[in-house]
Design a protein around this ligand. Structure first.
Ligand SMILES: C[S@@+](CC[C@H](N)C(=O)[O-])C[C@H]1O[C@@H](n2cnc3c(N)ncnc32)[C@H](O)[C@@H]1O
Length: 356
């Protein structure tokens, strides 16, 4: 299970009257799963650093012990460092490396960054930034909301699919370049934006939650300097799929961690079918869109999604199981949890008189 460093009390910096060269950083952290339903059960050091421009200064570390639920961090920050734009990093990586977005190198515990700030008063208290290094060295930055929103934070299934996409060797044969990619239930945009870094494409990031789209939009703006993909964030509710009118065929439809709610599965499948139908109608002879779905199975009721996809004539052409890094489970000999990635294509039904 991937774990995430989260701010319970966001980092704050106060100036000391006695000490003219340092300020005091304080924060309350926890290390939990994506759902926040379990704390990190192992032992790990959390290191804290400040970055300004290209310079990094380690501010110290604290030890997370089995059974802990919360951890207080206090550290002295050299005032010199606060003269330029700066940001704090809390990480279990003792080398302060940016978390790798690659299946083989995904971290056990995902680091937490603050936004950059110019003045102490600007230190944002509502968000956490996740920064990932993609294989060619570029960084993907995903800002998420502190708190319990389902839509406005990142998920194991999204992180793993984003990492998997980096090594995916789809050549796009028979498809027009750049690809057109539509993401359903994008949340903060993790997977869609990872696709946009992997290959230049036209991205349509969709969600029902306006606030999630605000995060996706901000995250896409951050990525603008990193990639050449063009993007748009669009409201789409799976209960009204016909409201989205495509103006070009789709190459890929992606959905990560979207099948956890059995009540919305029929609408989700109808939305996928509606988009494939619209897309196929826009350019005869072009290959139908592939649908890429990732899930870390949370409930047996998710099986309904696969039944409905089958009934709607979608075949899973590929099923990849990606074990989630977990030093703790590994150390006690427990099986690793898995994110499942499926690639569906519309099955062309044959009838006795020939092809439909
Ligand atoms: C668990 S989050 C996953 C977010 C993102 N895909 C990820 O992996 O990080 C599920 C997403 O589906 C969206 N969603 C749920 N029901 C929806 C609906 N009826 N129509 C459109 N989006 C919906 C939520 O707003 C949320 O962003």
């Amino acid at each position: 299970m991937v774990h995430y460093i989260r701010f319970l009390q966001p980092p704050r910096v106060t100036r000391s009257k006695k000490d003219g060269i340092h300020a005091l950083l304080s924060t309350l952290l926890t290390i939990t799963t994506d759902l926040g339903d379990a704390f990190y059960p192992g032992d790990s050091c959390v290191h804290c650093a400040i970055f300004n421009g290209t310079t990094m200064r380690s501010l110290g570390m604290a030890r997370w012990m089995p059974g802990m639920r919360v951890m207080k961090i206090e550290a002295k920050v050299p005032l010199d460092f606060l003269r330029l734009r700066a940001r704090f990093l809390f990480t279990c990586n003792e080398l302060f490396e940016i978390d790798a977005l690659q299946i083989e190198r995904l971290p056990n515990i995902i680091s937490a960054w603050t936004e950059e700030f110019s003045h102490l008063d600007d230190l944002d208290s509502d968000t956490t930034v996740r920064r990932f290094r993609v294989p060619d060295g570029r960084a993907l930055e995903i800002c998420e909301e502190n708190g319990d929103s389902m839509a406005r934070h990142i998920w194991d299934g999204g992180v793993v699919l984003a990492a998997w996409l980096m090594d995916w060797t789809e050549s796009g044969q028979g498809r027009d370049i750049p690809f057109t990619v539509l993401e359903l239930g994008t949340g903060c945009g993790t997977v869609g934006l990872a696709f946009g870094i992997r290959s230049d494409c036209r991205l349509l990031l969709t969600d029902v939650d306006d606030d999630a789209l605000t995060y996706a939009r901000q995250n896409a703006r951050r990525s603008q300097d990193t990639f050449n993909s063009v993007w748009e964030c669009v409201a789409l509710d799976w209960s009204e799929p016909g409201r989205l009118k495509l103006d070009r065929p789709l190459d890929f439809i992606i959905a990560s961690e979207c099948i956890y709610n059995p009540d919305s599965i029929p609408d989700l499948v109808r939305t996928m079918s509606s988009l494939v139908r619209q897309s196929n109608g826009l350019k005869e002879g072009s290959p139908p869109p592939q649908i890429i779905v990732s899930t870390k199975v949370r409930h047996s009721s998710e099986a309904a999604f696969f039944d409905l996809m089958k009934q709607s004539n979608y075949d899973a052409k590929q099923h990849i199981s990606v074990p989630i890094p977990d030093q703790y489970r590994g150390s006690i000999g427990q099986d690793l949890e898995v994110v499942h990635i499926y690639i569906f294509e519309k099955h062309i039904e044959s009838v006795s008189s020939g092809e439909k």
